[in-house]
Design a protein around this ligand. Sequence first.
Ligand code: PLP
Length: 503
Amino acid sequence: MEEQGKGPEVHGGAAPLELDPEEFRELGYRVIDRITEFLKSLPSKPVAPNESATSIRNLISLPFPHEGQPARPLLEHAFDLLVDHSTFNSHPRFWGYITGSPAPIGALGDLIAAALNPNLGKWILSPMGTEIEGQTVRWIAQMLAYPTDCGGLLVSGGSMANFVGFLAARRAKAPWPVRAAGAVDPKRGRLRVYTSTETHLWVQKAADLFGLGTDSIRWISTDERFRMDPVALRKNIEEDLRRGDLPFLVVGTAGSVSTGAVDPLPELAALCKEYSLWFHVDGAYGGFAAVLPEASADLRGIVEADSVAVDPHKWLYAPLEVGCALVRDPKTLHDTFSYRPQYYHLVEDPDEKAINYYEYGPQNARGFRALKVWLCLRQAGREGYKRMIGDNIRLAESLYELVSECGELEALSNSLSITTFRYVPQDLKGSADAEPYLNRLNSELLTSLQAGGEVFLSNAMLRDKFALRTCIVNFRTSIEDIRALPELVVREGARIDATLRPR
Ligand SMILES: *Cc1c(COP(=O)(O)O)cnc(C)c1O
């Protein structure tokens, strides 16, 4: 340390970020020991901390260090902070939002990936990494029964995977050179996107970011099970064609965020063929359920899409972050993203096997996300995934039944592994006037359940009803965990009702 800042140009001794190999080994073992203890203690930990953002921020009110510090206490400190002040999606009772419980082998894969640090932007920088990504993408396609000669790559998550499909659609269907000219031609009608009102917010981000504007989206109504109505879709397309607008993309959802609804994908695919539109399926949540033998025909319709987004950090239980985009025609994917700058020395590959992934997606430098997914797919295999995904769905169905049998709970929906319900005090049953109060009560109930740390749920708005929402994407959840939920909700619900309506 003495020499730092003193040498004329080059410092002697180890660089400030170097770790002596034996020190690295010792720290590595220590970190693995701590992770192991964490995993063992998970079921007895609160799912989420009950602390304010201010109090958590204050825990690390550290100045930017002037001098460096030894690695070991830093790692211990980081682990302590995180283990005591985090929300754990690895907890058996985490059922909020849609984040998979992370597979331990995926965590180890990420460690290897970070240590070897291949750059999957170019083949030459990651020969084996690139091949592993290619195989991972093909295996993912196989899980969906999608053609394995499709184009595809891994990205940061479902939103980005959907963006890739959106951009491929824009490139393929805009009747002008959209990459050079932009997404709006003032002399022509407007490009139009069709999607259901249940679609995830990524579609707004995409229309906004990629120059169409959110007004280009036609929001199609849904049926009583929250599935896109193909009759309304056709009507909207016809109206836009008459107006001179340019319909180009229909987005179907395989597993909506709120209720797990699956659009009638085969019908949507047929409509897209008829009008020559691009058919993209957002399968970020539900796509992988297509691996199940009992998957519905609607869900299996995913195979007809021109592009698909799935999210391995959801139902493949890979640690964050990783999404996957598939595009039926690999050439379209290439045409959507490729540039060939002079400063890239791209060696011609006589077999045309060397994929440079920077030409197939939005990123340039790319991390080795594939390794964790590849390891998960190999550890569990197709049968392992059928069992885990199938169990999650069965647990959600059991919850729906348990809730239906409980006098003070109202079951609202069940599809895939999402069940929604709400707490309704006995005396308010069947009273239409009580709706605003029930929304307030259940909203406060959710806040209280999240703060309590015993379970972690989220919410959905179902036709103006505030619902508690459990989404089970968790291979650690058991039927006992599910059986415990109704009683807990009723206990907390009664307590909050008593504070809101003192009698
Ligand atoms: C989760 C989800 C997304 C967004 O995926 P991220 O990985 O959070 O970016 C998009 N659509 C659906 C249906 C989802 O469930």
